[in-house]
Design a protein around this ligand. Structure first.
Ligand SMILES: *[C@@H]1O[C@H](CO)[C@@H](O)[C@H](O)[C@H]1NC(C)=O
Ligand SMILES: *[C@@H]1O[C@H](CO)[C@@H](O)[C@H](O)[C@H]1NC(C)=O
Ligand SMILES: *[C@@H]1O[C@H](CO)[C@@H](O)[C@H](O)[C@H]1NC(C)=O
Ligand SMILES: *[C@@H]1O[C@H](CO)[C@@H](O)[C@H](O)[C@H]1NC(C)=O
Ligand SMILES: *[C@@H]1O[C@H](CO)[C@@H](O)[C@H](O)[C@H]1NC(C)=O
Ligand SMILES: *[C@@H]1O[C@H](CO)[C@@H](O)[C@H](O)[C@H]1NC(C)=O
Length: 590
């Protein structure tokens, strides 16, 4: 929804109108988060600046319960997802909130630069406009680890009357920290592609080459290990899958073609569509080194091959305006991506995101707003899978609170409206891999769908010596896991091996897309938020991983989580068994 601001302001009765006496008060405030440091230098007040103001949704608490209801198998509302307009009307902020904020913008001479987009008000102005509006000063900051710059502020203010009407204003105090969740890349791996024969040979069990797949992963390994080799999804039943891309990561069409011709000849010639968001691009030549394509190629090659022939989209969301100079203001990619999705009449039913931040690096208000947007996406009948992170229980036990040691959870894995995917390696048995991220949120309480699984873990398996290092009442993750080590990936024409929960998320998402295809072809609604189903009906259709342990931090000896019987904070409920999942989902045996 986008309409003229003036039309909205004129003719509306303003209740409790804003006067010039209305005092500004600090609305949000932080101290500089590591590894950022303030830099000398003037931020050009004329530089363009897109400010997003999120108005408080009505019904937000009952809405969370509603999302769980439509996602819970034995609930009467199960599968009754919202369409775009129903959702918008259900959550629309109050007229008073629009009126007050628009009046304020008008009083600052910004009415013409502002527009309403559903529950956001977007101001396309300059840094100078934003500074005046928010009674603040933007400054330049440098990331000491990456050498990148950003323009942010450490606090901003709003007229007091508006505090009760606004959730967040961005970009302001949230520093960019999102990163692809991959840990190892081995380039130019010399081994020739593995040939699979159907003859019964010692190293092939149920179609799985246990020698080859124990070491490196191909689509054939996943098909055999997770038992979906013989299922064929529909290309034309309306089911789709999407892979999210951020941070100038570009998925390469020619590398996908090479990958399919070597590793998945049945899908040879298949290609993906591209969705460009916030001036995003999907460049097809490497400008600046292979880091620009590794994550995107991994995601698209596995997401497409596993869900084949499901139509596949790569969404490229730009974090920065075009023609970036170091002082230009980058946007908040989750906000741009999720608001874009919510404006679509039809959203792909399965989405994988292989990017994440440390939860502490994300201000709580921002995390809540983004998690609410994930809840909206789930309410539309979409399953969002995200990497659980590549630092085990957290590699630095001092980031949460420097005065006491704590494990460090990841975001958005910690949001209860996404399905977080951890990583395994090896076959017969499959084991937890040390980097697999997992733990307990400090922002989001444990949702009821995982109460039984997590309380069992805490009472029967958690080592009491370590429970002081995490928040036992928080949302626990990952929910599930999948292979995550040494995925054959074509990078600029050569074969590389990529590892990380970055690999696990598109692998698991590809299988969810197959299950959604099966549901839709059989007249059932798509899953939407998977978790309530996974923790009930789905749990016994997953393979429980009971060996291996995640890594912890140097400050606490023995930290990290071992994989145990039942749910655990390193492999969740386990890895997929498509045949069992299909039976649990549609009742069809394959
Ligand atoms: C299994 O993989 C190994 C290692 O790549 C290979 O030597 C062997 O020939 C494969 N077995 C079959 C039956 O394809
Ligand atoms: C897989 O690799 C692990 C670690 O090297 C080894 O212990 C295990 O025996 C291997 N399993 C198979 C089936 O080759
Ligand atoms: C894949 O398709 C390309 C051209 O479309 C063709 O040259 C190649 O031989 C095919 N590869 C396989 C394994 O079918
Ligand atoms: C390439 O990367 C280097 C180092 O990260 C950076 O200084 C340079 O501006 C980048 N160039 C482009 C065209 O993105
Ligand atoms: C852990 O994080 C804290 C706070 O950001 C930082 O001061 C400290 O140097 C970090 N420690 C390690 C071992 O990285
Ligand atoms: C632990 O989690 C709960 C529930 O989300 C939260 O209210 C509380 O503030 C958290 N405690 C800490 C120390 O972060």
């Amino acid at each position: 929804m986008k309409f003229s601001l003036l039309a909205l302001v004129v003719g509306t009765v303003i209740e409790g109108s804003l006067t010039s006496q209305d005092q500004y008060e600090v609305f949000e405030k932080i101290s500089v988060p590591a590894p950022w440091t303030p830099k000398a230098g003037i931020v050009d007040p004329e530089q363009s600046f897109k400010l997003r103001i999120h108005l408080k949704n009505k019904n937000i608490d009952s809405f969370h319960q509603k999302v769980y209801d439509v996602s819970t198998p034995d609930h009467p509302e199960y599968g009754r997802h919202f369409n775009r307009l129903e959702l918008r009307d259900h959550l629309a902020p109050s007229d008073e909130s629009y009126d007050l904020v628009l009046k304020w913008l008008e009083s600052k001479g910004l009415a013409e630069k502002s527009s309403v987009e559903d529950d956001w008000i977007v101001v396309q102005g300059t840094t100078g406009d934003a500074e005046k509006l928010l009674d603040t000063e933007f400054g330049l900051f440098e990331n000491l680890e990456t050498g990148k710059f950003t323009t942010r502020t450490l606090e901003y203010s709003l007229p007091k009357t508006l505090h009760a009407h606004v959730d967040i204003i961005a970009p302001t105090i949230k520093f960019p920290s999102m990163a692809p969740q991959m840990s190892t890349i081995v380039k130019d791996f010399p081994a020739p592609p593995v040939q699979f024969s159907t003859s019964s040979v010692a190293d092939v069990h149920d179609g799985l080459n246990v020698t080859a797949c124990n070491v490196t992963i191909t689509p054939d390994c996943l098909k055999a290990l997770y038992k979906f080799k013989h299922f064929r999804a529909s290309r034309r039943n309306g089911n789709e899958i999407a892979l999210a891309g951020f941070l100038e990561e570009y998925a390469q069409h020619d590398d996908l073609a090479t990958f399919l011709s070597i590793y998945d000849p049945a899908a040879n010639g298949s290609d993906f569509a591209t969705g460009l968001i916030n001036n995003g691009v999907n460049l097809q030549q490497i400008v600046n080194g292979s880091q620009e394509i590794v994550e995107a190629n991994l995601d698209i090659q596995y997401g497409l091959a596993i869900s084949y022939p499901t139509p596949t989209t790569y969404y490229s969301t730009a974090g920065r305006p075009p023609e970036t100079t170091p002082t230009e203001v980058d946007n908040e990619p989750y906000l741009e991506f999720l608001t874009y999705l919510l404006k679509l009449d039809k959203i792909p039913q399965t989405i994988s995101i292989s990017y994440g931040d440390g939860e502490t690096t994300v201000p709580e208000s921002y995390a809540r707003t983004v998690c609410d947007l994930f809840a909206q996406v789930a309410a539309r009948g979409v399953s969002v899978l995200v990497s659980s992170g590549d630092s085990g229980s957290g590699s630095n036990c001092s980031v949460v609170d420097p005065s006491k040691f704590q494990y460090a959870p990841a975001f958005p894995a910690s949001c209860p409206f996404v399905t977080a995917v951890g990583a395994t390696r090896y076959v017969e048995p499959e084991l937890a891999v040390s980097f697999s991220g997992g733990g307990f949120s400090n922002y989001f309480p444990r949702p009821s769908y995982q109460d039984a699984a997590v309380t069992t873990y805490l009472s029967e398996h958690a080592d009491p010596a370590y429970t002081q290092y995490f928040n036992t009442s928080g949302r626990a993750y990952p929910d599930v896991s999948a292979q995550g080590v040494f995925f054959h990936t074509i990078l600029s024409g050569s074969d590389g091996l990529v590892s990380g929960t970055s690999a696990s998320s598109p692998a698991f998402a590809g299988i969810v897309a197959l299950l959604n295809s099966d549901r839709i072809s059989n007249g059932l609604p798509p899953f939407g938020l998977l978790n309530p189903w996974l923790y009930s009906t789905g749990a016994s259709a997953l393979t429980d991983i009971v060996g291996g342990k995640s890594s912890g931090c140097s400050q606490v000896a023995g930290s990290g989580f071992p994989a145990v019987t039942g749910w655990d904070p390193v492999t969740g409920l386990g890895t997929p068994d498509f045949k069992k999942l299909r039976l649990a989902s549609t009742g069809i045996a394959s």
